[in-house]
Design a binder for this molecule. Structure first.
Ligand code: HEC
Length: 108
């Protein structure tokens, strides 16, 4: 019984460490998230000049129009959606969306 216990403890500890490791690598995670969820429309550089982005009317994240919007506005659009932009309310956590907005601002 004692061995079972310690095996269980070990599994719990390993899981906790894995979670911590994932949180530490946020930049990489956010880049991967952007790639898998946003890039198809917004493009690798955020210019929105992909086939889908052009068709749906995604703006260039570098444009004055987007630069003028606050992080809160961009957060709201990503969370709730706007016109053709799908909302990510159910698919991403608030923290993930915040990280993505920070990430978008760093795209060149
Ligand atoms: C299906 C295509 C599509 C996907 C996928 C998509 N977007 Fe968008 N996004 C749009 C379109 C189109 C707009 C412009 C909406 C408008 O202003 O009418 C937009 C607008 C935005 C805006 C507001 C600034 C702007 O350019 O108008 C932000 C911020 C944004 N998207 C972030 C994201 C993030 C973050 C993701 C991934 C989690 C994402 N988008 C995924 C199509 C998409």
């Amino acid at each position: 019984m004692g061995t079972m216990r310690s095996l269980l403890m070990q599994a719990v500890l390993t899981a906790a460490l894995l979670t911590l490791g994932a949180a530490g690598a946020w930049a990489e995670d956010t880049a991967a998230l952007y790639k898998s969820k946003c890039q198809a429309c917004h493009g690798p550089d955020g210019k929105g000049d992909t086939a889908a982005g052009k068709k749906l009317g995604a703006k260039d994240f570098h444009s004055l129009e987007v630069a003028k919007m606050s992080d809160v506005e961009l957060f709201d659009i990503t969370k709730k959606g706007k016109d053709k932009m799908p909302g990510y309310d159910k698919k991403l956590t608030d923290d993930q969306i915040k990280d993505l907005i920070k990430y978008i601002r760093t795209l060149k």
